[in-house]
Design a protein around this ligand. Sequence first.
Ligand SMILES: *Cc1c(COP(=O)(O)O)cnc(C)c1O
Length: 385
Amino acid sequence: MKTKTKIIHLGRGKDLAVKAVNPSVMRASTILFKDHKTWQEYRELRKTQRVLSYGARGTETNFELEKLLCELEGGYRAHLFPTGLAALAMVLLNYASKDAHFLITDGIYGPVRTICDLFLNKIGVEVEFIKADASDVEEKIKANTKLILCESPGSILYEIIDIPKLCQIAHKNNIPVAIDSTYSSAYLSNPIKLGVDIVVIAATKYLSGHSDVVMGCVIVNEKEFKNFDKLPEALGLTTSPDDCYLVLRGMRTLAIRLKNHEENADKIVEFLQSRQEIKTIFYPKLKTHKNNEIFKRDFVGTNGMITIEFNENIKKEQAIAFVDSLKYFSIGASWGGYESLATVTTPPRTATKIDESRVFVRFHIGLEDVNDLIDDLKQAFLKIK
Ligand SMILES: *Cc1c(COP(=O)(O)O)cnc(C)c1O
């Protein structure tokens, strides 16, 4: 089955003679067993499989979404989490131990730094940030390095990592590699197939696609599964079956939405290239983008994410005025919904220094008619003349 067909045909519930197109929403706390022997059987089964046992451990609706995600990524097992950040936190906690050393690429989703500062350091984990393209990974590995967490393309500046190469270096040193693959959203690239052990996706973004759900997921290969299944249960983290239904529903159109976001983003980039006010456009598809060759090799396309850096003569207040005057781009966190967004932002980076005076605007290009979006940008540029 090709990816697009998987998206349509998998995760649709049991194969019954008569059934609805979509799986039903199974809400539950208590699950009932016909006799005590069955109850005990399922206690055993749940150690290795996703089966009904208690509502907090997921119901059929959750399992259908997990199956779909696992199949798309080519993993061994998928597990859902309340948010994307919770999924990232679980991966970090799973490998945390006193005196462990973690390497995290500089382009990681910003809020991950809070987990490191508030909790990992307290446990005794030394967290070290490396270059966003992970080009310095080999020299940073230590004897006690227990995890490499990366993101490619990196948040906001979309730095590209040579993932197969990174994995080769990590595995030579027996270190598992985890990646935040929210950008790809189980479609634009499949990191497990490139050698990664653990994939994290914020389903909040393109998987849900409609800005009405927060959810995260982790997909692991068989080698790393051993540790990973226990933490969410131990900490009592769960996901609502209603939200799983919404994500499943959103995912049916993932392929066409992403294609449409990309087509719109391509046209916006083309327009932005003609603007004197802009110093750099960060968009992995551009030939001028660093590691564009690797991007072409490992990804089937881009999405609606574009960041621009204004020329030095444009100050932050002007960028704010620019964003404020946009009509069809709303101001808001998150992305991956059908709507366009724009925010003035500073990429969080510590392994390399980003001068405070640099002015960046991050766009999420939505599914509006792109000519309206371009006209909107044109009138906003007039405001900063
Ligand atoms: C949004 C985002 C997350 C976090 O997802 P939430 O569901 O909002 O917690 C993680 N990683 C990336 C790259 C994101 O963009």
